[in-house]
Design a binder for this molecule. Structure first.
Ligand code: HEC
Length: 182
């Protein structure tokens, strides 16, 4: 009796260990598509990845006053944090690095605000709020009309003034036309 259980115990342990190994170390949890979607918020320059929803400058103005003005100043002209509205765009390295001068793609504005602002509470804005704030900042920079509605179709069509004036430091590393995005 003793001998039999003495032999069976190591055998059972071995079997258990083998099946545990086959199932993996049992750490973490499986990811669902919904889990992934919450992190997959990249918006490409051409607008790929923009979510549903929309907003106007008037809506954005009210949200701006409540959630952004204490850092970026009245009319987004600068405060303790950077100015988001600047002088008319100038083609010079000395141009102030405002959105209108220095951002090649309007879609990046949506991406940046959604992932990073307000500074102390990132990812707290709804997609409609982000569209509205994007519309507000584009309108303040006189890049769209006051009444223009920004959404996944309209935003990529807003061409930033210096879009074609950037000189890449390493042109050989830029994707050539027809080539897929890096
Ligand atoms: C607590 C202060 C604070 C608040 C509130 C805040 N921001 Fe900012 N914002 C910053 C700081 C600091 C930076 C610079 C961040 C960096 O360079 O990484 C910044 C950068 C930005 C930029 C990029 C500017 C550039 O030219 O690079 C945008 C656009 C912007 N904020 C929009 C917003 C919007 C829209 C809101 C309101 C929803 C907001 N911010 C609220 C502090 C703030």
């Amino acid at each position: 009796m003793f001998t039999r259980s003495f032999l069976l115990l190591p055998l059972a342990t071995l079997l258990l260990a083998t099946s545990a190994l086959a199932a993996g170390p049992n750490l973490g949890m499986p990811l669902t598509q919904a889990d992934l979607a919450a992190w997959d918020i990249f918006v490409f320059p051409d607008g790929k990845g923009l979510p549903k929803g929309s907003g106007t400058a008037a809506e954005g103005s009210a949200i701006y006053a409540q959630k952004c003005m204490h850092c970026h100043g009245e009319g987004a002209k600068g405060g303790i944090s950077a100015a988001l509205v600047g002088a008319p765009p100038i083609k010079s390295i000395d141009a102030p690095k405002t959105i209108a001068n220095f951002w090649p793609y309007s879609t990046t504005l949506f991406d940046f605000i959604r992932r990073a602002m307000p500074w102390q509470q990132p990812r707290s804005l709804t997609d409609n709020e982000v569209y509205a704030l994007t519309a507000y900042l584009l309108a303040q920079n006189k890049l769209i009309g006051e009444k223009d509605v920004m959404n996944a179709q309209a935003l990529p069509k807003v061409k930033m003034p210096n879009r074609d004036n950037f000189s890449p430091r390493f042109p050989e590393l830029m994707p050539r036309s027809g080539e897929k995005d890096l």
